[in-house]
Design a protein around this ligand. Structure first.
Ligand code: SF4
Length: 449
């Protein structure tokens, strides 16, 4: 069977799609171009604007392939599938499977049964309370990505119920994976040649604090994974400031291969807005975490997420967000204008901020951020670093080949080298020569390894 997967949304979805690809390949199925596939999977996200419309238009495109082969069918997974559920069956009869983020574990078997004709339609929408191990996590050992980077799931779902977020309703309550399963998967990956691992979860700092917990905290897990021989870089995402333990902060100073970067969503700098968002931390608590991190690892790079124009946000509240951005000195941030989403608590919160005011605030925030980013990158000119090569740079305008990689903090560094191939997955010592708007240029100073 030939299949094609389209993925919308976050890193967790990307990782889910990668796993699904491997699980289907292990059944002898083949990943195919959109024009050749017999089975289509759309892995959806409900966080950004108009998520349902995006999925509907993708399904509309898939429907056009029915002319080529009437046996073509589709599956819809992820957050929108969880929300709309069996509604997809009615609207798009060629959709034969819907699965939520907990249902994905059984999706490969369901797809196989449908393809064999043993099942007509399947809905995998139930939430589970304990993390279900997925089949063959070590399967990756047979085909590791050229970049030698991998994501490893450590938990599913979230218990936080931030007032603007749909995730606890679409991905279910938090369930941690067994720590030994995480460590075993990481070890198998490293043994097969992976050099960089990113531990993934909606809220990694509360790892173990649910029914699946066995007394191993996130800090303990970090130490175990970090100790795997041969692992060069370790990262994790996403962190909630409310749950970050002092031991995790200290780990940045203790674990050599733990990369000096942390994405720590602030969302707002105002205590009033944070309270309305149900974030359960204050500006002061956030700052004390930042102080701790900078003490543990002075070169740590902090990045964040920000929402402007949350219901009730005043000019003074917004000013506090600007102050925090300056004070912390985030090297970059993702900032969004608040927008009402169906099913979340903030939908009923008043007063809404005038969209014109919200747009103007977003512009002020982004201008400030761009200035800070520029200064941060400028300060790196002349410094030596190590770049892990991920592929060719988009721009190739010099005599040599330009390679794109990341420094330990995750910044993009483009470096021209004589080699026109074979550099992906290697570490290259580099001196930063020039700061661009969002990336760096460098020159090689030593042998790749
Ligand atoms: S921590 Fe808040 S914003 Fe993040 S997934 Fe959970 S509910 Fe959503």
């Amino acid at each position: 069977m030939k299949f094609h997967i389209t993925t919308f949304g976050c890193q967790m979805n990307v990782h889910d799609s990668e796993w699904l690809t491997r699980a289907l390949e292990s059944r002898g199925w083949e990943e195919a171009d959109e024009n050749e596939a017999q089975i289509y999977v759309v892995n959806t996200c409900s966080v950004r604007d108009k998520p349902e419309q995006k999925v509907y238009s993708e399904l509309g495109r898939i429907a056009a392939h029915l002319k080529r082969d009437e046996n073509i069918f589709a599956a819809v997974g992820g957050c929108v599938a969880q929300q709309i559920g069996q509604g997809f069956f009615k609207r798009f009869p060629f959709v034969k499977l819907v699965f939520g983020s907990d249902g994905i574990t059984n999706a490969p078997n369901a797809l196989e049964r449908i393809a064999e004709g043993a099942e007509d339609r399947v809905a995998l929408l139930d939430f589970v309370s304990i993390y279900e191990e997925r089949e063959n996590p070590e399967e990756r050992t047979v085909s590791i990505p050229e970049t030698r980077q991998a994501f490893v799931n450590i938990m599913q779902g979230c218990d936080n119920f931030c007032s603007y977020c749909i995730v606890p309703y679409t991905r279910g309550r938090q369930k941690s994976r067994h720590p030994q399963a995480v460590v075993d998967e990481c070890r198998a990956l490293v043994e097969s040649g992976i050099r960089e691992i990113t531990l993934l979860g909606q809220n990694v700092n509360s790892f173990g604090m649910d029914k699946g917990g066995v007394g191993v905290s996130f800090a303990d897990l970090l130490k175990k994974v970090s100790g795997i021989d041969g692992l060069d870089r370790l990262r994790f995402t996403t962190s909630h400031p409310k749950d970050i333990e002092p031991e995790v902060i200290a780990a940045f100073g203790e674990l050599e291969n733990l990369c000096p970067s942390l994405h720590l969503p602030l969302q707002s700098g105002s205590d009033n807005v944070l309270k309305a968002m149900r974030r359960k931390y204050t500006q002061a608590r956030y700052l004390s975490i930042v102080d701790g991190l900078k003490k543990a690892r002075p070169d740590i790079v902090l990045t964040t997420d920000l929402i402007v124009g949350f219901p009730g946000e005043t000019e003074d509240d917004f000013q506090q967000t600007l102050d925090m951005v300056e004070r912390v000195g985030f090297e970059s941030s993702f900032s969004f204008k608040y927008s009402d989403r169906p099913g979340v608590a903030s939908l009923n919160m008043e007063p809404k901020v005038d969209p014109v005011v919200a747009s103007e605030r977003l512009m002020r925030l982004q201008t400030l951020q761009n200035n800070i980013t520029r200064n941060c990158l400028k300060n790196l000119e002349g410094l030596e670093t190590e770049v892990f090569i991920e592929g060719l740079s988009r721009k190739q305008d010099g005599d040599n080949t330009s390679w794109k990689g990341r420094d330990p903090a995750g910044r993009i560094v483009n470096t021209e080298m004589d080699e026109s191939e074979g550099m992906v997955g290697l570490m290259v010592p580099v001196r930063i020569t020039e700061a661009k708007k969002h990336s760096l240029n460098g020159e090689r100073t030593g042998k790749p390894w």
